[in-house]
Design a protein around this ligand. Sequence first.
Ligand code: MD6
Ligand code: FE
Length: 217
Amino acid sequence: MTADLFAVMLDIYPSRLELAEGAVLLRHFAKDIDGELLRALDTIVAQAPFRHLITPGGYRMSVAMTCCGRLGWVSDRSGYRYEIADPETGLRWPVLPEIFAGVASKAAIQAGYNHFIPDSCLINRYEPGAKLSLHQDKNERDIAAPVVSVSLGLAAVFLFGGTERSDRSQLYRLEHGDVAVWGGASRFNFHGIAPVEDGYHPLFGRKRINLTFRKAG
Ligand code: MD6
Ligand code: FE
């Protein structure tokens, strides 16, 4: 961790890091547009508030979620799936803002995936202590498309494993503005977020926000 800390202080992280075959981390890729992303997020949350979903096993997730786009990801006692309408309000999910779609498509191109047009964005909100257990993203219909993930606010430790749950995970620190893109051979790799440490971010406060863009339908 000491070397990691020095790398942060000296700002000598490579700006493009290959995590695995098909998986790329673009450091600080979305930092310049953070204010616009936050404004768009506030509009979405006013229509579709954050909520703590229940897992099929009956647990309340520590991460609060909402969605935008044509399809939104939901979980309840009957399972995980994509839905056209927000079960909380009965309304269609908010429109996926252009600033969101633009950064996702541009990041995908940087990572070697051309023509990525997301139809769904899952928005995760982590307060200190919140975590996301090791999982695979496999509810999407178009598995040729990558998933693009934008991290904002507090930093977090990202666990990136292999295609088996028992595969050893590599740890990466995701900071404000970092964008991860993965698909191809890594599309179904297990991954998760370690409990977020307390802190304060000038724009996002005591929160980490993660936007994950998919082609779900
Ligand atoms: C997060 N991200 O960073 C959780 N899934 O808060 C994910 O679960 C994720 O970052 C698929 C692809 C990229 C991701
Ligand atoms: Fe995921």
